[in-house]
Design a protein around this ligand. Structure first.
Ligand code: HEM
Length: 336
């Protein structure tokens, strides 16, 4: 009986692959799941418009690190350093409480059914749809990870200093094209960044002791006022000039030399990405189409590790003591 139980638990922990993902995954088990997520996101938007942008960023920071498995939502434990304090996330990722609110509402409606990884995917889509961007059908059925990796996150997630070549190479590793890279960077149509992320380009681009020459001089004056050398580097500025509307203004700003991050402006400076930036600055419909394609592709990134549906997105589910020792024994076997 004991072994049978272990067998069942292991089956439940089996990995899902992207081919298992499908629209309407919860239509029988939690038919209102998508409505519940959207309602919480609507409330979050009213409470604090920026919060939905902060949530949308989660999809990127989750999916690039061992697949879309909500690993970034795990808090640190005595035996595990989570991803929240990884280089690109510390003092930067925010609005985790909105995910908690979504999860609580879903657990009330259908306990133990909807994964945190799927919540990130639905909530990111809703952030875009609720701020004037496209709406699309998401593929669902992901599992939540049993662990997280601060090192992986720190090593993978790109710095705001990155140039287009670095970004192209990074995205390529995930089978995301140059077009996907430029379209997905259009996510910076909403939200804010810290002075911390742009100090070097305002005062010492590539160690030159000078500002990034790609910044329009008028915009540079504005940024210098926002982020003087002695500023508290947590002060924030808008990532584009319409930061609560998801539109193609981001690309128009890049064409005008008014991109906030170096990693944004470089997309217009470099020839490989420049044409896409110009194209999306002229055609919002094409931007929206490419953005949806990119989000779907990024959302299909899966890990091949075991998973579960977490009850609380911040912690893995408690395991019965006998399962933990059995699991440890199996892992020790593998390492022998
Ligand atoms: C292409 C490479 C990317 C780089 C280098 C990058 C970098 C950054 C940086 C440095 C910030 C500001 C962080 C801070 O100053 O605290 C930021 C904000 C943001 N990023 Fe990205 N990002 C990239 C791609 C993406 C993608 C693919 C998405 C989503 C699909 C995304 C969504 C966002 C959003 C919405 C914000 C604003 C968040 C808020 O207001 O809290 N980014 N990003």
């Amino acid at each position: 009986m004991f072994l049978f139980l272990i067998f069942i638990i292991n089956i439940l922990l089996l990995t899902s692959s992207s081919s298992d993902l499908r629209p309407g995954f919860y239509s029988n088990t939690c038919p209102n799941a998508e409505i519940i997520v959207r309602d919480v996101m609507k409330r979050a938007l009213i409470r604090e418009p920026r919060s939905v942008a902060s949530i949308m960023r989660f999809q990127f920071h989750d999916c690039f690190v061992n697949g879309c498995d909500a690993s970034m939502l795990l808090d640190d434990t005595p035996s595990m350093l989570g991803e929240k304090l990884a280089l690109s996330n510390i003092n930067s990722l925010r609005s985790f409480e909105v995910i908690d609110e979504v999860k609580e509402a879903l657990e009330k409606a259908c306990p133990g059914v909807v994964s945190c990884a799927d919540i990130i995917i639905m909530a990111s889509r809703d952030a875009v749809a609720l701020t004037g961007g496209p709406n699309w059908e998401v593929r669902l059925g992901r599992l939540d990870s049993l662990t997280a990796s601060q090192d992986n996150s720190s090593n993978i997630m790109p710095s705001p200093r990155s140039n287009a070549t670095t970004l192209i190479n990074l995205f390529q590793k995930y089978n995301l094209s140059v077009k996907d890279l430029v379209a997905l960077s259009g996510s910076h149509s909403i939200g804010k960044g810290r002075c911390f992320s742009i100090m070097f380009r305002l005062y010492n681009q590539s160690g030159s002791g000078k500002p990034d020459p790609a910044i329009d001089p008028g915009f540079r004056n504005e940024l210098n006022k926002l982020c003087p050398l002695d500023v508290d580097q947590n002060v924030t500025g808008n990532l584009d000039s319409t930061p609560v509307i998801f539109d193609n203004q981001y690309f128009k700003d890049l064409v005008a030399g008014r991109g906030f991050l170096n990693s944004d402006q470089t997309l217009f400076t470099f020839p490989q990405t420049r044409e896409f930036v110009s194209f999306y600055s002229r055609d919002q419909t094409e931007f929206f189409k490419a953005f949806v394609e990119g989000m779907l592709k990024m959302g299909d990134l899966q890990s091949d590790r075991p998973g579960e549906v977490r009850r609380n997105c911040r912690v893995v589910n408690p395991r019965p003591a006998h399962f933990l020792s059995e699991h440890k024994m199996q892992n020790n076997d593998k390492s022998m």
